[in-house]
Design a protein around this ligand. Sequence first.
Ligand SMILES: Cc1cc2nc3c(=O)[nH]c(=O)nc-3n(C[C@H](O)[C@H](O)[C@H](O)COP(=O)(O)OP(=O)(O)OC[C@H]3O[C@@H](n4cnc5c(N)ncnc54)[C@H](O)[C@@H]3O)c2cc1C
Length: 557
Amino acid sequence: MPKPVLLTVDDDREVLRAIERDLRRKYAGDYRVLRAESGPAAMEILRELKLRNNSVALFLVDQRMPGLSGVEFLEQAITLYPDAKRVLLTAYADTDAAIAAINDAGINHYLLKPWDPPEENLYPVLDDLLEDWQASFPPQFEGIRVLGNRWSPASHNIKDFLARNHVPYQWLDIETARTDKEVQSVVDLLADEDKRDLPLVIFPNGLRLRQPTLADLAENAGLKTRAAEAFYDLAIVGGGPAGLAAAVYGASEGLRTVMIEREAPGGQAGMSSRIENYLGFPSGLSGADLARRAVVQARRFGVEILSAEATALRLDGPYRFLKLADGAELSCHALLVATGVQWRKLDAPGVERLTGAGIYYGAAMTEAMSAKDEDVFVIGGANSAGQAAMYFSRYARRVVMLVRGSSLAASMSQYLINQLKETPNVQIEFNSSLLEAHGEDHLESISVLCSATNEVNTVPANSLFIMIGAAPNTNWLGEVIERDERGFIYSGRDLLRDGKRPKGWPLDRDPGLLETNIPGIFVVGDVRHGSVKRVASGVGEGSVAISFVHQYLSKVI
Ligand SMILES: Cc1cc2nc3c(=O)[nH]c(=O)nc-3n(C[C@H](O)[C@H](O)[C@H](O)COP(=O)(O)OP(=O)(O)OC[C@H]3O[C@@H](n4cnc5c(N)ncnc54)[C@H](O)[C@@H]3O)c2cc1C
C-alpha cells in the first residue's frame, strides 16, 4: 500500500529543496514526500492522487507565492483532502495574513522561516500533527478502482473477473454520485471521455483503462498472461478443481507444468458460496477459499498459471501445440483437458438482451450487495441454485426460487432442501418457468408461467440468477478429440466401439483410463463423458491422471 503523502509547495526552488530534504530525513520511512513549485502544479498532483485514492496527511505550504497564495491553495486543496493537516510557512512580515487565514483555510499551524534547526522548530510541530492525523484517519483503500454503472454488463464482467482472481478492488457506482461524496469527488476529476466510455478502471499507478478487455485487465492487474517457456512436460487447460489438482500433483512430482485458465482459478467451484460436502471441512468452505488455497499450493510447487484462453489444438508427432487467444502458441508432451462446463443459456424473450444488466448466469456473488434489501429471483432446482438462494437470503429482502418441476427431491441434496425450508425469506415456487424478461436498459420485471394452473404472473424484478444445467467447454478442440453428442469428451473404454480402438489410434494398447482418442491427451472433471459432477471427483481425477501422464511420458521421451 503506498505511503500517505506529505506535500510541500514553494515557488522558491532553494527553499523547496531545503524543506523537502528536511522532511525526507525524518519522515521518508512512513510517508511519501512530494513537492510542487506552485499552487496550480500542486493542485494537479492532488487531483492525480485523489483519482488513485492515495491519502495525503499534510500540506506544508509557503504563503507568498505568485498566482495562488498559500492560503488560496489550501482553500482549494481541502475540498479534495479535508482531513489533511495544514501548515503555512510564512516570513515574519506575513504572520498577520497567516493568523487571519486560520479560520478560512482551517490552518493547523504556521511556521516562521527559517525553521533551523528542524529538530526544534519543525519536527515537534509536524510530529504532533501527524500523530493526530494517524489517530483519526481510517486507512484508505488503495487498490484498483472500478467506476461504472450497476446495470452495465461490462462493469459486471470486470468486477466478476477481479473478484474471482482475488484482486482487491473498489467499486464506485456512478449512479450514486449524487448521494455519495466519494464517488462525486472522483467523477468531478475525470475527463469527459472517461465519463462517457464507462466502465473505467483506475490502477494504483495512475493508469486509466476505459472499457478494458479482460486480457488488458489481467495484464495490468499483475496476472501472468504470457508463457515463460515455449515447451512444457505437461500443459493443463482449465483451472477448476480438476485442473488445479492435476497441476499440484504434476508439479510436485517434478513435471514442468503450465495451467491455462481463461477466467479465474477455481472454475465453477470458485463460484460456490458454500461447499458443504468436501472431505476435511466439516463446516464447509466457500469455493473462493478452496480456489485461493489451491492456487497458493500450486504456485508453491512451481506451477506456472497463465491467465489466457486456449482457442485451438494441433498435433505434430509427439508434440501437442496449444494456440492461445492472443495468437501465442506453446507446446507440450502431455496435455490435460479440464475445461469443465458452463451454464446452459435460457431461451426466453428478453433474457439475452438483459444478461449482465440484472440477469446473471451462476451465483454472481459480486452482485449480492447490489441486491441488498431487494427481491432476488433464482431459476433452477439443483444444488447450485439452492446454494445461491441460501447465499442471497443473507442480503436480499426475499429470495424466490423458480423451479420447473414439482419437487426438489430428485435434483437437490437433502441438507440443502432442509436449509431452504428453515430460511424464512426463501420462497420456492414449483411448476414455474420464465416466459419473458422485461426492461429497457436493465431488468425491471419478469413474466412467470405456472404449469399447474396455466396462469402467467408478471412481477417486478431487478435481479435474476439462472442456474439450469451445463454444457461442456469443448468447441475449441475442433474435430481432433472425440466427443459425445452433447460435446463431453470420451476417454478410456468409452472410446472402444465393438471392442475396436478409435480411428487412427497409433499404439499397441487400448486408450488408458482418462486418456482420449489421442495418446498423451487426457481429460478430467466435469468435461469428461460420464463423470460425476462434483468437486471431490474432479480433484480425484486430476490427481490420478498424473500417474497416467508419467506412464505416457516414460514411453514418449
Ligand atoms: C454454484 C455451484 C455450486 C456447486 N456446489 C458444489 C458442492 O457443494 N459440492 C460439489 O461437490 N460440487 C459442487 N458443484 C460442482 C463442482 O463445482 C464442479 O463439479 C467442479 O467445479 C468441476 O470441476 P472441473 O475442474 O471439472 O471444471 P470447472 O470447475 O468447470 O472448471 C473448468 C475451468 O476451465 C476454464 N476453461 C474453460 N475453457 C477454457 C479454455 N478454452 N481456456 C482456458 N480455460 C478454460 C473455465 O474458465 C473454468 O475455470 C457446484 C457447482 C456450482 C456451479
